[in-house]
Design a protein around this ligand. Structure first.
Ligand code: ATP
Length: 763
């Protein structure tokens, strides 16, 4: 058998030779990007090369530039750091170094370079491109290359991928590595929290970010930290000390036993004085008399396996980088592959670099508003959410008494990561506005049968942001259990607003209540569903809470079984994942674990598919004989087919394999609901919950209680938070029978899973 070279969409003209390199600080996900570039380049009929050790390898040439075969990048999705190495290279900053680099590329026949790194690396790449014609001319004049070579390589294509844990690049919402780094930080802070509570201590945790507070803000929001210091929004000189001490003392008075302060390494005050972790420690020890410790997380933040989001981002962007190479002309400026509002985009590379430098300049000029403006659109929102759900407001800042509401929160459906975080944020923000937050225990049946409803205080919910499951209890019952009784309960408890956190049943519950408004005036109040389900099947949003936690759990599970499969060299695991009639978990799970096939309810399973997949497995095992990492994985959604069950597929594969390899089944089951929610789910949950309360306030101010717009599904669409009337979502965006959204945005990834698995067959 031969290695896959299925140039189904082969680029016209001369075969492109595309090199990929990683440069600057390493970031989790870089290997996933290299894998995607290499495989997709081969798929498009190009040759793929790796430049080892960043620009150092480019300058040195020789063995530092090597062709990548399909199998060379097997297993790279799950690897942290960068396997092709990175370095800081001084000689590339000089023209002489770049001249050598040009010679080396031309000698290897390479005409396109994809660079994954931070702003420095991308600046270097663009400079290289603008120097290129002059470099080629000089090489020709000095006879270092032939005239034919010079004529063939007059143009160099450069494409940038942003790999950086700080998330400090402008023009893109997220950089490769940032969320993995956030995972490491939150794991560390969660661990610190338990010891802090035990000893009633304060911890000052320093995180990375010289000019960028993204990691610090997101970590503060996700871990429920008490104070945060970032460069873009500096603490007021001469005032922050008192502000911080007062806030922490107030929290302690509420009964808090731990204090966590997150400091970005570039934290400053409004006069640009550096604020250090030691400064803060001294203050807390002396003024608040807290036993305070400093933890500097350092390089731990760079380490470990890439999280699910980084694997997906790096894969999608790596693929687009190859497409960008093939679409490039000598006239087009070098593109940088970005993500904006959940869409992969191409942005002019040098403009992005310039904007990035503007942030540092703005901070230097004390124009902090401009610095905030230059950050991604969600950054300010996350910072406001942290503020709005952390500090305790004075009563004088409450809304007027007639504007205050009694807001009930209920969880419906299976537990999903972020349910508690959403509840915590809703409770905290309610209290800060003068509203009364009420928890309905154990879903609608708890409410209707046992009248389980109670007020929640600031301290009650303090630890909830990091907890999985549902603290107030959840079940699948909907209000149509007894609509009349439900209306009576709403009246009895004077409920003015209702948040339903949950999956498709939560959506259904909202729809039922909205329909019942005709008969029951007590439902003519603002109501909202915050989608929370691992299946990501709630219409009206691109992401539900819990789906990121689920993907990470599935990913860890699959990484483990894949390792076990690779130990035997000849094993296929058929892994059954949840998701109901939505193939989201199977599809994205397949993309991030490098599955060789996925089966979804949307596409079903046919004999032809199975035959093609088994043929492909036979080819793969024949090709991989004796090599490492030969374990294969198939992800099958639980509802993909009634006939071809997970066991049946396992048996068919074993039978057909004729002892050349074997198949086993694996069902992660409830593990998929995850332990602690991921930072992404925690942060999203808090943001959505706070926005929901504001939405309720607007509805009430505009007397929209009986209007259909006041019963809304709160969604994440692009970078924005959307409020779509449930009636509209139901009629325009829902496949009711199938319990899933129409036109789900992730469907196109199925084909990519097949391509990256090396199959010509596509579902
Ligand atoms: P990080 O975000 O981790 O700092 P970075 O890509 O910004 O990543 P740098 O150390 O700034 O990291 O750059 C990496 C390499 O890129 C440098 O060692 C150098 O080889 C090259 N480079 C950076 N800036 C330039 C430049 N202006 N001209 C030429 N090469 C450059």
């Amino acid at each position: 058998a031969t290695e896959p070279t299925n140039a189904t969409t082969k680029a016209p003209g001369v075969k492109k030779k595309i090199a990929v390199m990683t440069s600057g600080g390493d970031a989790p996900g870089m290997n996933a990007a290299v894998r995607a570039v290499a495989r997709y380049a081969i798929h498009r009929g190009c040759d793929a090369f790796a430049v080892y050790e960043g620009y150092e390898g480019l300058v040195q040439g020789g063995d530092m530039i090597r062709q990548l075969a399909w199998g060379d990048v097997r297993g790279w999705l799950a690897e942290g750091g960068t396997l092709i190495g990175t370095a800081r290279c001084m000689s590339f900053r000089e023209r002489a170094g770049r001249l050598r680099a040009a010679k080396n590329l031309i000698s290897a026949g390479i005409d396109s370079l994809i660079v994954c790194g931070g702003d420095g690396s991308l600046t270097g790449a663009d400079l290289f491109r603008s120097d290129w014609p002059g470099l080629v001319q000089e090489l020709e004049d000095t006879k270092a290359i032939t005239v034919e070579q010079a004529n063939l390589y007059r143009h160099l294509t450069i494409v940038g991928l942003v790999g950086s844990i700080d998330n400090d690049m402008s023009s893109t919402d997220v950089t490769i590595g940032a969320f993995s780094s956030l995972h490491r930080i939150c794991e560390a802070v969660d661990s610190i929290s338990s010891t802090a509570i035990s000893h009633s201590r304060a911890f000052v945790v320093e995180v990375m970010g010289r000019h960028c507070g993204w990691l610090a803000v997101l970590a503060a929001l996700a871990t429920g930290a008490d104070f945060v210091f970032v460069p873009e929004r500096p603490a007021q000189v001469g005032k922050w000390q008192e502000e911080m001490c007062n806030a922490l003392s107030a929290f302690r008075k509420e009964g808090k036993r731990k204090s966590i302060i997150i400091v970005a390494e570039g934290a400053i005050d409004s006069e640009l004085n550096h604020i250090t972790a030691e400064d803060i420690k001294k203050l807390l020890s002396e003024r608040v008399h807290l036993d305070t410790r400093v933890t500097t997380l350092g390089h731990v933040q760079r380490g470990g396996v890439p999280c699910a989001y980084d694997r997906m981002l790096a894969t999608l962007q790596g693929v687009d980088a190859v497409d960008a190479v093939l679409a490039s002309t000598p006239e087009t400026p070098s593109p940088m592959i970005a993500i904006n509002g959940n869409k992969i985009n191409r942005k002019p590379l040098m403009e992005a670099v310039k904007l990035t430098h503007k942030v540092a300049d703005a901070i230097e000029k004390k124009d902090f508003a401009a610095a905030m403006e230059l950050r991604d659109p969600e950054f300010a929102d996350y910072l406001h959410t942290w503020e709005g759900t952390t500090f305790i407001q004075d009563e004088k800042n409450f809304l007027a008494p007639e504007e205050r509401m009694r807001v009930a929160i209920v969880h419906v459906g299976a537990p999903a990561g972020g349910m508690n975080s959403a509840t915590r944020a809703a409770v905290r923000y309610c209290l800060n506005r003068g509203h009364t937050p009420l928890a309905i225990d154990n879903g609608f049946s708890g409410f209707l049968r046992h009248d389980s409803i109670h007020e929640l205080s600031w301290i009650d919910v303090d630890e909830w942001c990091i907890r999985g499951g549902s603290e107030i209890g959840t079940n699948r019952d909907t209000p149509d259990l007894d609509m009349g009784h439900c209306a009576y309960k709403f009246q009895q408890h004077k409920i003015d607003g209702l948040i339903i956190v949950g999956g498709f049943e939560a959506f259904t519950a909202l729809s039922q209540l909205e329909h019942a408004r005709v008969n029951y005036p007590s439902f003519r109040i603002p109501m909202a569903t915050i989608p929370a389900t691992i299946s990501n099947n709630v219409p009206g949003t691109e992401f539900s809470l819990g789906c990121d936690t689920c993907l990470n759990s599935v990913m860890e599970y699959c990484d483990t079984i894949k390792q076990s499969a690779s130990a035997s060299r000849r094993r296929v695991f058929v892994c059954e994942v949840q998701g109901g009639k939505s193939g989201y978990v199977a599809t994205v799970g397949g993309l991030i674990t490098g599955a060789s096939a996925i089966y979804t309810p949307e596409d079903g399973i046919t004999l032809d598919m199975l035959r093609a997949d088994i043929d492909h497995l036979k080819q793969t095992f024949a090709m991989e004989a004796g090599r490492n990492r030969a374990g294969q994985l198939i992800l099958r959604n639980e509802c993909a087919s009634k006939v071809y069950t997970t066991d049946v597929i396992g048996d068919i594969i074993s039978e057909e394999a004729k002892h050349r390899f074997s198949a086993r089944t694996a069902i992660p089951g409830h593990v998929q609901q995850g332990g602690n929610p991921t930072p992404m789910d925690r942060a999203r949950a808090a943001r959505l919950a706070m926005r929901t309360i504001r939405f309720f306030e607007e509805c009430r101010a505009n007397k929209l209680g009986s209007d259909s717009s006041s019963a809304a599904v709160i969604g994440i669409r692009g970078t924005g938070v959307s409020f779509t009337p449930v009636a509209e979502v139901e009629s325009n965006e829902t496949e009711i029978e199938q319990r899933r959204p129409k036109n789900a945005w992730w469907r196109g990834m199925h084909e990519l899973v097949n391509i990256l698995a090396g199959k010509t067959f596509s579902a």
